[in-house]
Each structure stands twice: as C-alpha cells, then as structure tokens.
Design a protein around this ligand. Structure first.
Ligand code: UDP
Length: 337
C-alpha cells in the first residue's frame, strides 16, 4: 500500500487516481485543512482508497498509520504552499512543512519504510540566474515556503547517507488543469493561482480577474511561467515510485515543459477556451514574483523516461470543465473541511 500524505489536495488527489490506475492500493493521510473530504469520497469510487484524518505535526497520528497499515512507500504532498502567507507567518510553514516532514521521516525509520517521493518546488531555486532552469541551478529560495521545501530536501539527503532512506524530490513548476474525466480538480479556498482565477471570473458572482504587473522585462510585459499539466505531473510520480522500487538512488527532477507562457498568453488562451471576452483589472506587480520561470526537464526525460504530453490549452479546457462542476454546487453545497 502507498501512503499519500495530502491526498485530499489538488496535486495529491490526481496522483491518487494515477496510482489506482496503475494498480496500487492507497492510504490517504490528510488533516483536511486545505484538502476536502468530498475529494476523498470521489476518489474512493475509483479503487482501493483508505482514508485516515490526521496531522503530521502530531507524531502519534502518523505513527498509528504505520502501525495499522503495511506501507511500502510514501508520496508526500501534505504542506502549506502559499508564498505570501509564508512571508507573513513563517512559523506556520516551518512547523508544518519541516516539522511535519520530520515526524513522517521518523515514523518511516521506525517502521522500516525507506522510499519516499517528495513534492518539492521551483521555489527552491529562488530568483533565476539563468533560464531554462536545470537541476544544477543554485538553490537560493526567496521566501519561507521555498526555504521550507529546500530544508526538507537537505534533510532527505542526510537521511539517505545515514539511514539509506531513499528519496525522489520532484520540483514542480506551474501546475495546471484537472483530471480529464472531471473526477477531481483544483479546489483552493481562497484561490490564488492564475488559471482558476481567470476562469472563476467568467461565472456570475466571480471577481474580476486581476492581472499582476505588466511592466516586467518580458516579451509582453507580463510574467512568464512554465505550465505543466496535472495528469502529466501525476504520471511523473508513478515513474519516480517505480524508479525507487527498481533500486534507483536518491535523486531530484524538475517537472515542467521547457516552454514558457506569459500571463497575457494564458489569458488569451482562457478567452479562446471559454469563448468569452473576459474583463481584466490591470494591477501593480504582486510581491515576490520573478519575471520568468521556465524548467529544463531534460533530466526527468532521460532518467525517468517522463514525457509531458498535454498542451496549455488542453489544461485550460480541463480546468474550465472542472470549474463548471465546482460552480454547479455539486461539491460546494455541503462543503466541509
Ligand atoms: N497572476 C495574476 N493574477 C492572479 C494570479 C496570478 O496576474 O489572480 C500572475 C502572477 O503574478 C504570476 C502568474 O500569474 O505572474 C502565475 O501565478 P500563480 O500564482 O498561478 O503561480 P506562481 O508562479 O506564483 O507559482
């Protein structure tokens, strides 16, 4: 059985679906602080999914998981992930992300589980020194969120050397889209990400989309990001797990497409997919946004044989389908956390 921490969240839930499709049994461990019990209920329809509500900062919660289930490997998503919040409240990020992971790793060591796939981030690189960013790029995070993820990466290196606990750290660029069958999707409250915010503004009662910064040194003045499809991303987790199962050594990979799109390009693509003229409120820059972030994904392609396939427009189309489901109140009428 594979333990998926944070499996009720956006990336975790898509990864659970991918695991089920590959024949794995899954145990989701989630405190439901940002994930949703409705997501877990939906996932249960598609395979063997157990759920344990618990918090990684409480060591007895996570120890009981390993005591009660036979866990072969861990995929670890559970974390807080809002950059701005991390600047205002670093304690929350270090206590939860770093402290929680320490407890998880302690439980793994105690119960002899030695394989983990970890949800890391391009934010560990900080302000880019060169583009595209490969894995040799210096890691100098510029906010506590990125710092917390980098600390965990370093802890994992030391745990490998001392205890043979092998890890694969996947450094995500901008994750986009939803399950192609509409089973799960992106569901953050509040939503801060670009694509869902543009799409939400098209529904009645939605807030006007705010475009943050049009004076960057990029081709049209707006920030460039590398948008990787969520199903392509989920697939990389399966490959990472298989890599560890086949004896692969501790490693780390960028997950992106090697291509960047500006905020204006994404916006235009959303107008095309929704077939709407979307109003826009041009605003000053958002603090802490680098002008460009684009991945060099060569290493993941070579070592994991990973091939991202889906286009930005495809991701936006699936994200729009999902927003319709969210908006139709199927999920939101009795939303509980
Ligand atoms: N962005 C925007 N309006 C929004 C959300 C995001 O203009 O409502 C911009 C943001 O400033 C950045 C890009 O879209 O340039 C991607 O932001 P997002 O929060 O989706 O991802 P991040 O790059 O911060 O991980």
């Amino acid at each position: 059985m594979i333990l998926v921490t944070g499996g009720a969240g956006y990336i975790g839930s898509h990864c659970v679906l991918a695991l089920l499709e590959h024949g794995y049994d899954v145990l989701i461990f989630d405190n439901l602080s940002t994930g949703h019990i409705e997501t877990v209920e939906r996932l249960k329809k598609y395979g063997k999914v157990d759920f344990q509500k618990g918090d990684l900062t409480n060591i007895s919660d996570i120890n009981s998981v390993f005591r009660n289930y036979s866990i072969d490997a861990v995929i670890h998503f559970a974390a807080f992930s809002q950059v701005a919040e991390s600047v205002k409240n670093p304690q929350k990020y270090y206590m939860n992300n770093v402290g929680g992971t320490m407890n998880l790793l302690s439980a793994m060591l105690e119960f002899g589980v030695k394989k983990i796939v970890f949800s890391s981030t391009a934010a560990t690189y900080g302000e880019p020194v060169y583009i595209p960013i490969d894995e040799k790029h210096p890691q100098n995070p510029i906010n506590p969120y990125g710092q917390s993820k980098l600390m965990i990466e370093k802890i994992m290196d030391d745990y490998d050397k001392a205890y043979n606990l092998r890890s694969v750290r996947l450094r995500y660029f901008n994750v986009a889209g939803a399950d192609s069958q509409g089973r799960v999707g992106e569901w953050h409250e509040p939503e801060t990400h670009l694509i869902p915010n543009i799409l939400k503004s098209t529904f009645s009662g939605g807030q006007t989309f705010k475009m943050f910064g049009t004076d960057y040194d990029t081709k049209d003045g707006t920030c460039v990001r590398d948008y990787i499809n969520i199903e392509d991303l989920a697939k990389a987790h399966i490959l990472a797990l298989e890599y560890l199962n086949n004896g692969g050594e501790t490693n780390f990979f960028n997950l992106g497409t090697n291509e960047g799109n500006t905020v204006k390009e994404v916006f235009a693509s959303c107008e095309k997919v929704t077939n709407k003229n979307i109003p826009v409120d041009v605003c000053p820059r958002r603090e802490g946004d680098p002008a460009s972030l684009v991945a060099d994904n060569t290493k993941a392609k070579h070592v994991l044989q990973w091939l991202p396939e889906k286009s930005l427009e495809y991701s936006i189309d699936k994200a729009f389908e999902w927003e319709k489901i969210l908006n139709s109140s199927i999920l939101t009428t009795n939303s509980s956390k």
